[in-house]
Design a protein around this ligand. Sequence first.
Ligand code: PEP
Ligand code: MG
Length: 754
Amino acid sequence: MKSPAINQAMDILRELRRISESSEDIPVKLEKTVNMIVRHMEADAGACYLLVDDNYLELFAASGFKADAVHKVSLRVGEGLVGEVAKESRSLSVADAWKHPHFSYKTELGEEEYKSFIGVPLIRWGRAIGVITLQTKKEHEFSRIETDILETIAMVLSELVASEEMTEYKNGLIKSRGQVEKEKFKGLSLSKGYGLGSAVVHRRRQAVTKIFAEDKEQELKKLEAAHTRMNHDLDEKFNSTKLGIGEHVDILDAYRMFAKDKGWYKKIADNVQSGLTAEAAVERAYEDMWNRLSGTQDTYLKERLHDLRDVADRLLGYLSGDRADAAQVDSGDIIVVAQTMGPADLMDYDYTKIRGLIIEDGTPTMHVAIVAKALGIPVVSKIKGIYSEVKTGELLAVDGNDGYVYIRPSLPVQEKFRAKIAEKEKLAARLAELKKLPSRTKDGVRINMYLNVGLAFDLDYIESTNCDGIGLYRTEIPFMASEVMPDVERQLGYYKELMDRAGDKKVVFRSLDVGSDKLLPYWSNSGEDNPAIGWRSIRITLDRRAILRKQMRAFLRAAAGKELNVMFPMISNLAEFEEAKETLMIELEKERRRDFETPKKVNVGLMIEVPSVLFQLDAILKEADFISVGTNDLAQFMFACDRGNPRLTERYDVLSAPFLKMMGQICDQAAKAGVLCSVCGEMSGNPIEAMVLIGLGYRNLSMSGSSFGRVKSMVRSLNVEDIEDYVKTLLNSNRRTLRPQLISYAYDHGIEIY
Ligand code: PEP
Ligand code: MG
């Protein structure tokens, strides 16, 4: 096989373009493509494998192999040379494939006579979606130029493979084989993570059959005994369970208060007095409440109905005496499946064994979901019929990242889950190892790494990551988990706890950033057409100034005698920032006049999330002590692309020239003004994106605790001077995305971006 000249490479690309733009069917296009590449590159055989499941590659087109091998040959990612290419997302060439330790022989292919092998991944959004291979009969060392040509072809080919047409074809194929539907169900993710375990179907509510009591006194005694026992058990359970501190505990406490509510108990007792059995009286009390509240649009009240149903079910369980066996599960890892469930019900199980939770009627604001999330349990909801489909003891797999549930998963799927769970554990171990090592690049540049926190359990990361501080405290999260708008005292409790846990480390408090997808259960949805660009965030708190003032007061008190950093989100112009800053300053003055201890220093900053501020940045930088770029919102406004719309997630990439140029300009302007500048959007927590941010000049990154280890190992394997030079060369590129180039760069330079 001889190296084709550059002109020849151009010919291949031209022909490839012509094939992909033709009106032929996808299988024909793929077959023609493979034949054409084999011919031009003077190879003896070639193949195109595509990812059909997260973990499997299937032969979709071939030249020079057995005629019926297409769609018969499949490999696990990581299996054989092809699997290796996909797993590592990098090219691999060998002069004699048979001698390679990872070579795996496939009889269906008929590859006996071939010796040399080259495989190149088809990469899309940083991961391999397929592999293209060439083989020759004679031993042959593939040259750099041959590899380069094939990699260029692969880049163009990956466009075709990721096209809607191709996706439809692939899905149709999979569906026609009856796969997917049998074991895989799509739902809504309420808490991330992967879990594998035996199903435990959470008990259905018992129907009340006996309505009228023969002996009222007897019924009242029964009711009292059951109520007392239930409350006693609840108290004992919560007091003995190690739950840490935070809003999930507040939820459970509120539930406990509900169970003890005198008004509710009196209603039940009155129903018994009127002649009902204790069980029927509980149901009647619930129905009365349901009749009054079920029509409400108020999410808070709706959630209260959920709580009441849960407490009523619990009491019914005690009344009927079948409470004792409620959660007697002696198996190891379990996945709890419920139609609906209260937060306290979760505590009936040994939560250290719960590997996943599936709630058929679950919603994101549902308290059990918040509690499960705080406990690190993946949760998936909204899968119709799953409750009746699953039997206790069956094996289940929960993918809380993408919202899938697998019932009786096949061995390969089980293997995939075990690998993901093991990977998570390995990462955690690596994180622990990295903890003590400095966040310094290979050429000695210090990168300050901060944490984004919100939920109480995030605070554990302060110690486990050894971070430089809290770069973003999303104060709305405790507001979202609370029953009512927290007053100053309550807020002070949250903020002081964070300050205490952070010790000497810096903490940046962000003012309340609600609205859009972050809804408060006690505020009705305003029903706007475009909530993401509607009345949200600083716009709400400036209009409802009392909320902002109270929050500022709580911040000032939590940081008494220490340094306070306050950041305002969604600022659209200087005037807005000045207004927010003034509110803080007035509160500071009031605190002084009240003779309260105040912070020893107050720094005021803003988030760069709305593109309009970029055109007033110099003036803003004169007023701000620091800025932090919220790339999640900034990207959605910059590209006019809803950050929560799954149909758009792959359309625009932050790793593209327009976005990177803008990010570079913000960093440069801040540096010139001598103002501290950081990034606290998701970009910071993704190793490849964080690498580029460093290349653009950023030295302060704030991310979620779970991203810390991966970003730190990237930082420690990076050479800043090199990445700065490389990023400059990309800024004028016209490509829709620069991700493949950046991934290749990272691999070629030994930068850890796993
Ligand atoms: C952002 O928009 O990038 C950001 C950090 O804020 P949030 O994700 O909380 O909107
Ligand atoms: Mg934001």
